[in-house]
Design a protein around this ligand. Sequence first.
Ligand SMILES: [Zn+2]
Length: 477
Amino acid sequence: MAEQEKEAALPQKESFSEWYNDLLQKGEIMDVRYPVKGLYVWYPFGFNIRRNVYGIIRELLDKDHQETLFPLLIPENEFMKEAEHIKGFEDEVYWVTHGGTTPLDVKLALRPTSETAIYPMYKMWIRSHADLPLKLYQVVNTFRYETKHTRPLIRLREITSFKEAHTVHATWEDAAAQVDEAIRIYTEFYRRLAIPVLPSKRPDWDKFPGADYTIATDALMPDGKTLQVGTAHHLGDNFAKTFDITYEDVNGEQVYAHQTCYGISERSIAALISIHGDNKGLVIPPEIAPVQAVIIPIIFKESSDVLQACETVRDKLEKAGIRVKIDASENRPGAKYYKWEMKGVPVRIELGPRDLKNNSAMLVRRDTGEKQQFPLDNIENEVLSVFSAVQTDLYEKARKELEGRIFDCRTPAEVKENITKGIAKVFWCGKKECGLRLEDEIGAGILGIPTGQAACKGKCITCDADADTQVYVARTY
Ligand SMILES: [Zn+2]
């Protein structure tokens, strides 16, 4: 990539789409130039962010899930077993039909999701109630032939980083509790990414094909559209009946198991870079940043002292577990600031002869631009406490932004007026035709009923009947 190209400023964040595409390239997250539509390439820097993000979800799940790995290819006969499921995915499946020049006896689907790969094995693995609950997950690529406009990290034909969990339980209630637990885990995961999410129960027409119900989490993007960044599905015993997953209960009877599945994808990273980034580039929470602190020596003539001091600081930070780099390149300081700001490094440490004389260094926060002098003696602890302030402040900023963009609306006209800014909250009687009519009228979708909603009373926005639930309405990705 040419140096000038890198140096060119980003478009303003207000023109979100343009800003986003430019940020992916200049921030070295993903290269969009791969010659297949809907397939993109992770730059090593972006992949490093991905590794840190998925490290968090693994850490959270590993407490009581086990990681596994199933094959990419699913035989047609297994894939076609669950009628609702096929209906939901048939237009999106890529098929492998040949091995070399030989037509295959049984066509093989590239997994669009892995229920039909995993559940035939669950049938063999699960024997008795002692085998339950079973909680497995995998992080894999999946393929979907998207016909809508594709977009890196958001709408892809190869989802490169699908974390899917599949659990099996004795009862419907146990599975329902697991769905709640999944949403709790996802909320905590997104909190670590400094992203507030809204969990809501999807309307029936928008649930996962083959599920009893779906709860999803949405994040608000800077352009006012929401991005679905996590889903949890209660599968009831629907798939258990199809794939004959039974267990022997305490009375010695064979009964069907109950299941859930829940997923997160690289959309988590789309939300991360979009919500925190600014006109200077990426802003990455410290826990996730590939480089957490960069030291810039301010060098004039004969400044070996300064370089030495920088190395001492680096060693101290490394010892404290901080991922740190010294930028001792020939570039002028301004160019170095620009480069590391684009990369979202949370803290920049400037150290020159005058600082050295005072036994101090200048710490600059990427998120706020705030500058402060700190003594060198205790620099590692100062940096760590700045990290925790950055983490808290990024989350609070995003939370305020989200809360400020949820609008209570009583009429479709009010929804229309506010929907370009964010999310509308409206009363809905729960009838499908009222929901669909509203969606049609305002050109936006019902996200769902917020989980844990307090009791409330109002009139359905469409039919004016008494309603005791409110729903989120938004334009979605
Ligand atoms: Zn109604």
